[in-house]
Write a protein that binds this ligand. Structure first.
Ligand SMILES: *Cc1c(COP(=O)(O)O)cnc(C)c1O
Length: 457
């Protein structure tokens, strides 16, 4: 049986690392809605974005037409440090579940940042350097993005100022120290170093912060400091574009063995890893060449897709960023202290939002105790200790495999294992001690936030 020949790990050759990113927007009939200027409510022009973002990244952000964009050689070389990432056949998990399903996962945790975020961090740092900037500012929630960006900035000799959501700053001192080891400065957000931070602190004394607040502070710091621009680790079209390396590699590895996934699953915070993983598969689907079931998994505590509104909204709490049309819980929504810090964003990539709206993908939400149960089940048989964010995808992959056990269907499941969970042991401890709770926002809470959505058209 050919099946037996599939190795535990499918590694591509270094030469097979993609030399171009794939831009799924080029194949979309309904393009994601444009970013709007918050003052005029007109689509943002490139020049209006230049004070905030690097020029080349603005071009990528607004590019809805080029299907392939060359990856500069310096970025390709950096990718060689930790890519190609392995595509792993979860034989042990299949056996433990006693399922006829075939499970594969693409593992992005094989670098010091511990997640896929380095794929975009290195690209954004490269373009900032190329533009002759001194440094960049950003926000980080759980800390993975800040860590990835610190690594990328130190590689190119750029200064890196990170605003870290206060609750994570306090809960994850080691994450903070990794960033400082790579030369970044880390400020807990909200802080008194920015005007918007001071305002937020006045309005919500004692707040432990949110990604939306930290974004506002980072944007302010970038636009008021000479030679700095702001960079973002998810949500934006450019980030999805960079993350397409995940999907391109995964597809190339599966193609080698003639394997076609039936179901593709990924966790969704701002949508970058999922968008990257599914891009080439979605491209085939959009061009009518193949069909796949694609499932986004989000936490029940921050359910942007499954309970959010498809509307224009602010990307940040301070309302300084452009408006994006996306599935959103409202920029005022502050999710409960779920342990999957990387999935606590109120909005969602506008590319994925459009695809979801058009019925090209599904979404589901899961509660965190069931996520950690899946994480432990996975760790015990597959060895890798997964990030809580990634474990959302594991949960649904396991559930799908168990359905196959009932029906006897031999479906092929592909999921994204975005990172490792070594900095999340407080969360694992809570789970192991039986102290983890599941908080699901009420309709009233969500409505309160929806009421503050900006009125556009
Ligand atoms: C940031 C992060 C996520 C979620 O972000 P997306 O942009 O939705 O991919 C998922 N997993 C890990 C490990 C992360 O660090």
């Amino acid at each position: 049986m050919a099946e037996n020949k599939i190795p535990y790990k499918i590694y591509l050759d270094e030469k097979e690392i993609p030399s171009q990113w794939y831009n799924v927007r080029a194949d979309m009939k309904n393009k994601p809605a444009p970013l709007l200027n918050p003052a005029t409510l007109k689509p943002m022009k490139s020049e209006e974005l230049y004070p905030v973002f690097c020029e080349e990244l603005v071009a990528q952000e607004l590019n809805d037409t080029d299907a392939y964009i060359d990856i500069p050689e310096e970025i390709q070389n950096f990718y060689k440090m930790y890519r190609p990432s392995p595509l792993i056949r979860a034989y042990f998990l299949e056996k433990a579940l006693d399922t006829p399903a075939k499970i594969y996962y693409k593992f992005e945790g094989n670098n010091t940042s511990g997640s896929h975020k380095l794929n975009s961090a290195i690209a954004q740092a490269y373009y900032a350097k190329k533009q002759g900037l001194k440094g960049v500012t950003t926000e980080t929630g759980a800390g993975q993005w800040g860590t990835a960006l610190s690594m990328a900035c130190s590689y190119f000799g750029l200064d890196c100022k990170v605003f870290m959501v206060k609750v994570s700053y306090e809960q994850k001192p080691f994450r903070r120290e990794v960033m400082r080891t790579y030369g970044a400065s880390v400020t807990p957000s909200p802080s008194t170093t920015t005007e918007i931070g001071k305002k937020i602190l006045e309005a919500h004394p004692g707040t432990t912060g949110s990604l939306g607040c930290a974004i506002s502070e980072a944007v302010e710091a970038a636009t008021t400091t000479e030679g700095y621009r702001y960079v973002l680790g998810s949500v934006l079209n450019q980030v999805l574009l960079h993350q397409s390396v995940i999907g391109l590699e995964a597809k190339a590895a599966l193609d080698k063995y003639g394997v076609k996934p039936d179901i593709i699953i990924g966790c969704a915070g701002g949508g970058s890893n999922l968008g990257g993983l599914i891009s080439p598969f979605m491209g085939e689907k959009l061009r009518g060449e193949a069909d796949y079931r694609i499932v986004a998994v989000e936490p029940a505590s921050c359910p942007s897709f499954t309970r959010g509104k498809f509307a224009y909204d602010f990307c940040d709490t301070g309302m300084v960023c452009p408006l994006a049309k996306m599935y959103t819980l409202g920029s005022n929504f502050i999710p409960s202290a779920n342990h999957a810090g990387g999935l606590r964003y109120h909005g969602m990539s506008s590319t994925l939002s459009q695809l979801y709206h058009d019925g090209l993908m599904e979404a589901t939400s899961v509660e965190q105790t069931s996520v950690f149960a899946a994480a432990e089940q996975f760790a015990r048989v597959e060895g890798i200790l997964p990030a809580p964010e990634s474990s959302h995808a594991i949960r649904v992959a396991i559930d799908e495999a168990l359905k196959c056990k009932e029906t006897g269907e031999e479906k092929t499941i592909l999921f994204g294992l975005t990172g490792t969970g070594y900095f999340d042991m407080v969360a694992y401890q809570k789970f192991n001690d039986g102290e983890m709770t599941d908080y699901i926002p009420t309709d009233e809470e969500l409505q309160k936030s929806f009421d503050t959505l900006p009125k556009v058209d």
